[in-house]
Structures are given as C-alpha cells and as structure tokens.
Design a protein around this ligand. Structure first.
Ligand code: NAD
Length: 524
C-alpha cells in the first residue's frame, strides 16, 4: 500500500502511517504533478491546500481513501469520489475542544472588556473606570445547539460556576440531563433567561437568521451573545441594531455572513469582540486531526471500517444499480419526515412492502432513511456507514417490518416516526422518480422536491382558500396542491409545492388561521 501526504500535516500522523505502508511526503506537489501521479496511490492525506477535483479523482484508479486532516471537505469533489467508490474521511471531533476554548476566549474578552482595554492601555491611557466588567459565576449560560462543541462549552462554563440551559430540539432530554443542562423546548425560554448566549448549530434553512430582531428584543439588556458556529445564523443587521440600541450588552463573533469579513459595520462598535474565523486554528487541533485521519487510513488498510466516512461505502456495481433508485426514495422519505415533525423523533418504524423485499440491502435502505432524517439536523455528515450510530446516540429506536401487501404498487416504503407530540408517517414508491403517495394514511401523489409546505386543517369550506390566500398575499406561487382527509368535516392534510420558500412569518400567519392546526415548510 502507498500513501501520499500532499499537505503539511502533523509529523505524529505521518509516523503512525509509516508503520503500515509506504509514505511519500510531497507537500509542494502541483496540480499537474498530482494529476500525473495520483494513480500510484492507495491513500491521500490532505489539508486544505490540495484540491481534488473530479478530473484528479477520475485518474485515481488505486485510491481507496481520501483523508482530510480537518473538518471541511470543500476542496474534494465528494460526489466524484463516491461514484468511484473512494471513501472520504475527515476528523470532525479534532476541533471541538479548540472551538470551545475560543468561545470561552471571546466570552471572557467581552465580559471583562479585555480587547478594548488592551487597545486603550497600549495607547498610553489608564482608563480603569471605563472597563468595569462582570463575573461569570452564577450567570446563566444559554447554549443553542448542544452537539460536540456546545457540550464542551458547557463543561468549561461549569468550571466557572455557571448554570447551563439549552435549546436543541434534536437532543434527547436524558443526554442533556446527564450533562447537567436544563433543556428547553422553546428557544424563547433560553433567550429570555440566559446571560451568556452561545450558538453552536449548523447553518440550515431552519437556523439561518434564527437570531434576528425579534429574538434580540426578548433577550436581557445585559445579555451577551457569541457565535463561533457559522455566519448567517445571526442576522448581522439585527445584531448591529441590538448593540447600538442597548437591547443587549455585547457580542463576540468568529464567523460572519460574508467572509472574508474585511468591511463589516459591526467592526465600528466597541461592545463586540471579533476574530477572523480562527476558532478551530490551534496546533493541537491540527495535530489531532492528523493523528485521527492517519488512524482512519491505517484502519482501512488493516481491513477495518473507518468511523468518520462522509460518503457512501464502496459497493459493487450490480448492487449499486439495483438499489440506487430506492436509495433516492429512502433519503427523500427520511428528509420529509424529519422536517415535517416539529419535535425530535424518538421512535422510527420502517415497513418494506412488496418487491423491495427481494433485494438483499434492506439495512442499507434503513441507513439511508436515517441519513435523510439526520442530515438536516446535524453538522455531522451522516452517511450509510455512520447513520445507525448517530441515530442511536440521539436516542432514536428503530424497528423494521416487511409486508407482502404493497397496495397495488410494486414497492412501498413506509416510514412512521413517533415524537412526544404524536406520530407522523409517509409512504413512498419509485415510478421513474421518487414519489410520496401517502401521508398520515391519506392518499396523496407528490414528488418530494424543492420547496414544500404541509398543513393539517379542518375539512370545512373555506379552509383551503384561506391558506391559498395567504400565499397569494406573500406573492408566492403554488406549483402543485394535494389534499387528503379522513372524513367530511374531519381532519385533512394539504401538501403543496411552492416556487419559493415562504418566510417564517408567512408560515406563522397560516398556522394562526382558525381551522389550521399545524403548518410546516420543507426543503427537499
Ligand atoms: P454537531 O453536529 O456536533 O452539533 C450541532 C448541534 O446543533 C446538534 O446537537 C444538533 O442537534 C443541533 N441543532 C441542529 N439544528 C438545530 C436547531 N435548529 N436549533 C437548535 N439546535 C440545533 O456540530 P459541532 O461539531 O458541535 O459544530 C457546531 C457548529 O460549529 C457548526 O456550525 C460547525 O460548522 C461550527 N464550527 C465552526 C468552527 C470555526 O472555525 N468557527 C470550527 C468547527 C465547527
């Protein structure tokens, strides 16, 4: 086996690797040289300098694994690698401590006015009175997103004798309890109570601008907010207003809506501390990333399965051909059900009906459904390999059943999800394309694609019109409308495809309509 180390990664990782294979270290290799030589290697270890576009991957005939010593894989054409059956692994856990520590740095720097006091002191001023600070002890930390990084921030804040509360709708309450964190179901409860608010969620349609004018207004005027996650979660215009108008006391940012952030109006303000997206940049994180990915390569070379695979595992071609269409359906069903249920799923029942039961790969289908369920709600890149592990860690129990009765279709896949608020189910089939044909037992016929909207309402005259009118008022065109009901005047369900995503306010207005009991937007 032969591995190429194409970027400067920590020596310890390279040493480990040398014990199991030939290692070529060429950290100044050019794209042209890489194109010529990539065919010789079984593994390539990179950071962000080396780019692996489709044309390089196309020539990588012996390559089994691409190991990115870090988190982001923007420099790798992951789809091309997946198609060629090459694993792409990364080291997501390598930066958790580092980012948590940086968050602490921003918190302390802001609450004790260290950054601004540093500037003043070095300018020869001695402004002791100008820099009155506050203690962290007995303050309440409010964490939005209790994943790898959020939970490490909690650990550190506990050492400062702080109380911790959190909002993370996908975290099982027992996990939060074990961490000594009070979990709230409504973000508003955290935002109104916390003294220090820290954001650790992925950037998704749900989290984008989830901290905006309305949220700043509900915070204490002594609150401080920090974002070391992704720019765009906080609405920067609203943050600027909140800081200028004294709606909150201060803020700390490592990430921005537009990066590099060289001309941001927030930089004019004294009550914000800013760093240039460096929360993950420490020697230790780089060392750990190198060791983690070198160990992944070693595991694979020794016949094991790496744990941080972010794409599909290698499958033989005939297996892939047979299952491919159903994999698309499975992912869509998972993504549909997770977005259509507004609280965390704790139980999943999957039923395979009809012809699909002749295929050997039901485990892969279940994993792909989980992939669809988990990917919209976690930063972890969930794939067929890690889906079950991630689901278990989130407390989702899974049962599978088979049935001969496919109700007139060749194949049906039913996914029923239980949350503490109730149950939701979707059934789909593949007829030249993935189709959802039943929702909560009501027959519909809809292609799960693009912007969708689902509402439960009372089946009485005027209900459908009232919803349609709201979209008309928002100037949003409805592409397809499907409705189903249990009985005349009973509960009914509506599924729409929309030409664009409605605003949160627009969805709320529909939810507030008299005969509507639930309304949700989905992106498939
Ligand atoms: P993670 O996947 O371990 O945790 C994310 C958590 O957010 C999960 O527990 C998930 O359930 C929760 N979540 C998802 N949607 C939510 C919502 N709408 N409301 C509340 N919670 C929600 O990810 P992580 O490794 O902890 O990373 C957290 C963030 O930090 C990510 O955005 C990541 O990209 C970012 N990050 C930034 C840097 C940096 O350099 N600044 C470095 C590493 C990671």
């Amino acid at each position: 086996m032969k591995a190429l180390v194409a970027d400067a990664i920590n020596e310890k990782g390279i040493e480990n690797l040398k014990e199991v294979c030939d290692v070529v270290v060429d950290t100044s290799i050019t794209p042209e040289e890489l194109l010529e030589t990539i065919g010789e290697y079984d593994a390539i270890l990179i950071r962000s300098r080396t780019k692996l576009p489709a044309e390089v991957i196309e020539k990588a005939d012996n390559l089994k694994i691409i190991a990115r010593a870090g988190v982001g894989v923007d420099n790798v054409d992951v789809n091309a690698a997946t198609k060629k059956g090459i694993m792409v692994v990364n080291a997501p856990e390598s930066t958790s401590i580092t980012v948590a520590e940086h968050t602490m740095g921003l918190i302390l720097s802001t609450i004790r006015k260290i950054a601004i006091a540093d500037k003043s002191t070095k300018a020869g001023k001695w402004e002791k009175k100008a820099f009155m600070g506050m203690e962290l002890r007995n303050k309440t930390l409010g964490v939005i997103g209790m994943g790898r990084i959020g939970s490490q921030v909690v650990n550190r804040c506990k050492a400062f004798e702080m109380d911790a509360i959190a909002y993370d709708p996908y975290l099982p309450p027992e996990v939060a309890k074990n961490m000594g964190v009070e979990l709230y179901e409504d973000i508003e409860d955290v935002l109104t109570r916390a003294d220090i608010i820290t954001i650790h969620v992925p950037l998704t349609p749900e989290t984008e601008h989830s901290i905006s004018t309305e949220q700043f207004k509900m915070m204490k005027d002594t609150a401080l907010i920090f974002n070391c996650a992704r720019g765009g979660v906080i609405d920067e215009d609203a943050l600027y207003e909140a800081l200028v108008n004294g709606e909150i006391l201060g803020a700390g940012l490592d990430v921005y809506e537009k990066e590099p952030a060289t001309n941001n109006k927030l930089f004019e303000l004294d009550n914000i501390v800013c760093t240039p997206h460096i929360a993950a940049s420490t020697k230790e994180a780089q060392r750990d990333a190198a060791i983690i990915v070198a160990n992944e390569v070693i595991t694979l070379f020794k016949g094991g399965m790496p744990k941080n695979i972010i794409n599909m595992p290698r499958m033989n071609n005939s297996e892939f051909e047979e299952t491919n269409d159903y994999l698309e359906l499975c992912e869509k069903l998972g993504s549909f059900i997770t977005q259509a249920t507004s609280s965390p799923i704790n139980k999943l029942e999957i039923t395979y009906k009809g012809e699909i039961n002749k295929l050997p790969s039901k485990d892969l289908f279940t994993r792909t459904i989980l992939q669809g369920i988990l990917n919209p709600v976690t930063e972890t890149a969930v794939n067929a390999v890690n889906a079950t592990t991630v689901a278990k860690a989130r407390g989702i129990s899974i049962t599978e059943a088979v049935s001969d009765d496919s109700e007139g279709y060749d194949t049906l896949i039913k996914v029923a999800a239980k949350t503490k608020e109730g149950q939701m189910s979707a059934e789909g089939t593949y007829l030249h394309e993935a189709k959802i044909i039943k929702v909560n037992g009501y027959w519909v016929d809809v292609k799960p694609e693009g912007n969708m909207f689902i509402a439960k309402y009372k089946d009485i005259p005027g209900s459908i019109g009232a919803i349609g009118t709201k979209f008309g008022e928002e100037n949003i065109n409805i592409g397809i409308m499907q409705v189903g009901r249990d009985s005349t005047g009973g509960e009914a369900i509506m599924i729409l495809t929309l030409d664009e995503r409605p605003s949160k306010e627009a969805v709320k207005k529909i939810k507030d309509l008299d005969n509507v009991s639930d309304a949700t937007c989905l992106k498939l």
